[in-house]
Design a binder for this molecule. Structure first.
Ligand SMILES: *[C@@H]1O[C@H](CO)[C@@H](O)[C@H](O)[C@H]1NC(C)=O
Ligand SMILES: *[C@@H]1O[C@H](CO)[C@@H](O)[C@H](O)[C@H]1NC(C)=O
Length: 389
């Protein structure tokens, strides 16, 4: 009796979720941290992707060693869930060799959800290599998890550590939800951005903690409708729109980005907009920064349109990127430099429509300062530092 009830419940749970389960172990996956499980993951993906009904790929506890792995669509169903209890380990054969720019890639997929999992990019050897001055033939490294040309994507409860390059990349996608994600890499690891979003529409990033060596979240050209809420950044370089306008082409603009109820702790920058000092055209507009806490941030509020590292190829040029409608509202906390608010806009394309409301940024327990170049805007409510428009 008990047994048949159990069977009944088992049957019921399968039919109610209506999803086929593909366990990586049944495809030859080895959770021993050594054996190459790349083929097993690809086989499980092919089975799930060619199924005409919703399917789940299950990765049990253990460590799975994986090389470059591409999950390509389109698939025959739009509901593939990766349920991961295990750790994915990047294979790093030779330090700094091989020019793979990606590790785990999803391309041209729809309705994919990644739930759980630890992604270990094992970037330490490459970072050491990069820090050597004459690192010839050094590769840039590989981003850990990339979604390209995809839609209806969900990434939740995932942890990504020590990527060689960016941890998560969202490129040319639509409708992406990232939530309850953790990113962790040392504060001095090079180019290890937490999440990079580019040429994508309607992306949300919530309840996420990012401790890394480069940007917490970097926002590239063509990002429209990005919502960031309850994100913790630090260490790292903060949230950055840009850098934009490097290449000599007309860039897609960045429009409607909101960063809300978030904290920056010990970061290089807080809320940054950065464009190259070169005449390439593009725009940034409809940006809202709201309810932000800064704890010991070097540049809490900064627009830098004169970005030109090492003064190569851009001295004395003005940025062609037009920045407008940027709202800063309820931004509080401490700056580790005296200038907590710095608007350095383009001489040929001044910033317009900058709004300030209720700002309280202190430097060594005293009011901080602000500087403006080619910036126009309005302020309301108490503003510390006083606005320089
Ligand atoms: C990686 O790319 C760089 C630049 O294109 C090149 O100089 C180097 O030889 C390449 N390394 C390998 C191992 O292919
Ligand atoms: C940006 O937001 C505004 C206001 O909600 C909306 O009218 C506009 O269409 C949005 N822009 C894009 C490109 O979606």
């Amino acid at each position: 009796m008990a047994k048949s009830l159990h069977l009944f419940l088992l049957f019921f749970s399968f039919s109610s979720s209506n999803a086929l389960v593909y366990n990586i172990l049944n495809f030859g996956g080895k959770p021993d941290g050594k054996s190459d499980s790349t083929k097993a993951f690809i086989k499980a993906w092919k089975a799930a992707c060619s199924s005409t009904s919703a399917s789940t790929i299950y990765v049990p506890r253990g460590k799975y060693s994986l090389g470059l792995i591409k999950f390509n669509g389109p698939c025959k169903n739009n509901a593939i869930r990766f349920s991961i209890d295990g750790t994915l380990l990047a294979q790093r054969s030779k330090v700094g060799l091989g020019n793979l720019s990606q590790w785990v890639v999803f391309e041209n997929v729809q309705g994919v959800k990644i739930d759980g999992g630890n992604f270990d990019g094992k970037g330490t050897d490459l970072w050491t290599h990069k820090s050597l001055i004459h690192c010839q033939g050094c590769s840039l490294g590989a981003s850990s998890l990339t979604f390209i040309d995809s839609k209806d994507i969900e990434i939740t409860r995932l942890t990504s550590i020590n990527s060689e390059l960016y941890h998560i990349v969202i490129l040319n996608c639509k409708d992406v939800k990232v939530s309850e994600v953790k990113v962790e890499a040392p504060g001095n690891s090079p180019n290890t951005d937490g999440i990079h979003v580019q040429s994508s529409k309607d992306v949300t990033i919530t309840k996420t903690t990012i401790k890394t060596g480069d940007d917490c979240i970097s926002i590239g050209e063509g990002t429209v409708g990005l919502w960031i809420e309850q994100v913790f950044c630090g260490p790292g370089h903060g949230i950055s729109i840009g850098s934009l306008g490097k290449e000599e082409v007309k860039e897609e603009g960045v429009e409607n980005v909101t960063v809300k109820t978030s904290t920056f702790s010990g970061t290089e920058n807080g809320l940054r907009i950065k464009t190259w000092a070169s005449p390439n055209s593009g725009f940034v507009k409809g940006i809202t920064f709201e309810d932000i806490l800064m704890r010991d941030v070097k540049n809490p509020i900064i627009i830098d349109q004169n970005y030109c590292p090492h003064n190569i190829a851009c001295p004395n040029q003005n940025s062609g990127i037009k920045i407008s409608q940027v709202m800063y509202k309820n931004i509080k906390g401490s700056s580790t430099t005296q200038v907590a608010m710095n608007f350095e806009c383009s001489a040929s394309n001044p910033c317009s429509g900058i709004g300030l409301q209720n700002i309280a940024l202190m430097y060594e327990k005293q009011p901080s300062k602000s500087t403006c170049k080619h910036a126009q805007g309005t302020s309301s409510g108490p503003i510390i530092p006083p606005s320089c428009f």
